[in-house]
Ligand binder design. Structure first.
Ligand SMILES: [Zn+2]
Length: 448
């Protein structure tokens, strides 16, 4: 029996499933799978999420692979053949783990995936089960309607991003680099979200750079002794002076090429000249996203932990502190030299963990494809580059020579404190934002 004759039997046709119609549901399903990452392996792991993702893709004939780096720490990868297989591939990556959430602080249970007030609520709603869901919804729709991407797509849904990616992106890049064979470009978090300047301009911030990090342990050795005695070489005193100097130190303003490009675009959108030397004024204009931009204007080093001593009447021979240092692309050497000069010769500095800064230029066909896709759905859209102060899995993919962008398109209501949603209480994403995102993503894939 043909389709036509079936539809004439008078049975009501089922509502047509589209990317827009199912994206919120997929996002809610993912939020309901608790993938809290405590950073010490004590969480539930990402296995269930990896299986869910694989099922969503397998339903339309793909053969996704699940890679387990440690018990329960699973990632899902699949390659979708493009029209022109001679062209380099595009990676779309997202992480499935989330930071933990304390339910008592939330309006709705952070793992219930409540849909209320036009939003999907829950841990991971913006970081980043939203993009995972958008990717799945768009790819499912393209498979359902038989629309091949113009070139190969590799989709990676990754474990462990929130703890540095050791059991996710880093593991796959080191142990299974063949999965990314021929891939030259990638999109992932944290970018593509909107910032409404006025009724004539809406910026969409595309991440083209990330600060690097140095987590450090500082140690001062002094002369141990009785607490009742005079001691001119007290390790605690020496260390605290150095840590206080560092904590109060302001590193100099450094306008990287990404920040420069961002300021140029913003000046243009506002129709006013922005003086990079007067960033206070510029940050005032930026409202909610000022804290994201402000921290990408300089290197930073924040003392975060202190340790010394074991008894009130004993002067210890050693005192330690930990510092979270972040440096701009191109300024790592300057950062370390300045850090050492502020700390002084008494402080021994060791690395606990470090990762590179990355930066790519805001140009080329892929950037054009982002601009075009955004503009088609939002006439006042303007894609602008920005630097992320934190790090993402992009750092691992950079090792394979892949050019990485943060592009997870979302149109947001101006009043939503988007930056505050990341790892925040009452994390939520507007359903309309998700629908906008799938439309843009679908157009972007067409044009990639
Ligand atoms: Zn994230």
């Amino acid at each position: 029996m043909s389709e036509r004759s079936e539809s004439t039997t008078g049975r009501a046709a089922a509502p047509k499933v589209t990317a827009e119609s199912e994206v919120a549901e997929i996002c809610r399903d993912l939020i309901r799978i608790d993938t809290s990452n405590y950073g010490d392996g004590s969480g539930p792991g990402e296995r269930k999420a990896a299986e869910y993702v694989a099922e969503q893709l397998a339903e339309f004939g793909l053969e996704p692979q699940i890679f387990e780096s440690a018990k329960g720490r699973a990632s899902t990868v699949v390659r979708i053949e493009g029209e022109d297989r001679s062209r380099p591939g595009l990676l779309i990556h997202g992480h499935t783990d989330v930071v933990p959430a304390n339910a008592a602080d939330w309006t709705y249970d952070p793992f219930a995936g409540e849909i209320a007030d036009g939003c999907v609520w829950g841990r991971g709603a913006v970081d980043m089960k939203d993009m995972d869901a958008m990717t799945l919804a768009v790819v499912r729709d393209r498979l359902r309607t038989g629309r091949k991407p113009p070139r190969d797509l590799v989709l990676a849904f990754l474990a462990d991003e929130e703890a540095g990616g050791t059991y996710g992106a880093r593991f796959l890049v080191d142990k299974h680099p063949g999965l990314f064979e021929g891939v030259t470009e990638a999109i992932g978090e944290v970018g593509g979200f909107s910032f409404t300047v006025n009724d004539r301009a809406r910026l969409y911030l595309i991440e083209t750079a990330e600060k690097g990090m140095h987590w450090m342990r500082l140690t001062v050795e002094g002369r141990a002794g009785h607490g009742s005695m005079e001691n001119d070489d007290n390790a605690i005193t020496e260390l605290c002076e150095a840590v206080a100097r560092l904590g109060r130190h302001q590193f100099p303003l450094r306008i990287t090429k990404t920040v420069r490009a961002f300021l140029d675009e913003l000046s243009d959108a506002l129709g006013v000249e922005l003086d990079p030397e007067n960033m206070d004024e510029t940050l005032r204009v930026l409202g909610g996203i000022a804290k994201m931009i402000g921290t990408t204007l300089r290197n930073t080093a924040q003392p975060t932990m202190l340790g010394a001593g074991y008894k009130v009447n004993v002067i210890p021979g050693q005192a330690t502190a930990h510092v979270d240092g972040r440096f701009l692309p191109g300024y790592e050497e300057e950062f370390l030299a300045e850090l050492d000069s502020v700390l002084g010769p008494r402080v021994k500095r060791e690395s606990v963990h470090s990762d590179r800064a990355i930066e790519t230029s805001f140009d080329g066909a892929l950037v054009e494809a982002m601009q075009t896709a955004l503009r088609a759905e939002d006439p006042i859209a303007r894609a602008v580059p920005y630097c992320l102060s934190g790090g993402t899995d992009a750092k691992s993919f950079q090792d394979l020579g892949i050019r990485c962008f943060g592009f997870a398109p979302l149109q947001l209501p101006p009043e939503l404190d988007f930056a505050g949603m990341f790892h925040g209480v009452d994390e939520r994403v507007p359903v309309d934002g998700l629908k906008f995102g799938v439309r843009v993503l679908d157009r972007f894939i067409d044009a990639c």
